[in-house]
Design a protein around this ligand. Structure first.
Ligand code: K1U
Ligand code: ZN
Length: 177
């Protein structure tokens, strides 16, 4: 089912998600609904907090660097339950967008490479290293689970300007460009 994506500055985006105790049918339904919602919104990631669910669940589908040449499709759906970053290296700046802050793309500095541990859709633990857009997206989604948004990494001036514009467009119901 398509879920409603909360929009900045909705205070519900600022809440902390709780760890998942058992990966059961309910969680798998949530994961499937999050993938459906992410694809419909043309995003490359989505966190449960964005769809008003306080569980530590994120989904992602990022074209793997250079994998298009190798394997053709390149896109691979990933699900991280109770994700934890266990190691991080370097620093890199990347243009970020957010389905909760539609229409804005700003450079954000994050770790260049990370190692992350999580449970998969079957509840099985796994660990992976990620850099590039995948590494950035994982960090962006885990921020969502802790009530953080990419606009928090911008200046207050920029964040307030974005907030005012989104508050205006949501009041008059104009579609955000
Ligand atoms: O709000 C979200 O979590 C989804 C967000 C994830 C993200 C995008 C870019 C950098 C970091 C995290 C989006 O998918 S917004 C859509 C978007 O920006 C985008 C879509 C396709 C390719 C690249 C970016
Ligand atoms: Zn986001």
């Amino acid at each position: 089912a398509l879920l409603e994506i909360l929009r900045f500055p909705d205070p519900r985006l600022r809440r902390q998600a709780e760890p998942v105790k058992v990966v059961d049918g309910e969680i798998r339904k949530l994961v499937d609904d999050m993938f459906e919602t992410m694809y419909a919104s043309e995003g490359i990631g989505l966190a449960a907090v964005q769809v008003n669910v306080l569980r530590r669940v994120i989904v992602m589908d990022v074209a793997d660097e250079g994998s298009e040449e190798r394997s053709g499709q390149g896109l691979r759906p990933l699900c991280f339950i109770n994700p934890e970053i266990t190691d991080r290296w370097g620093e890199a700046e990347c243009e970020e967008g957010c389905l909760s802050v539609p229409g804005y793309y700003e450079p954000v500095t994050r770790a260049e490479r990370i190692r992350v541990r999580a449970l998969d859709r079957q509840g099985k633990p796994f660990e992976m290293e990620a850099g590039g857009l995948l590494g950035v997206c994982i960090q962006h989604e885990i921020d969502h689970l802790d009530g953080r948004l990419f606009v928090d990494h911008l200046s207050k001036l920029k964040r307030d300007r974005i907030r005012k514009k989104l508050e205006k467009s949501s009041r008059h119901g104009t579609p955000s460009r």
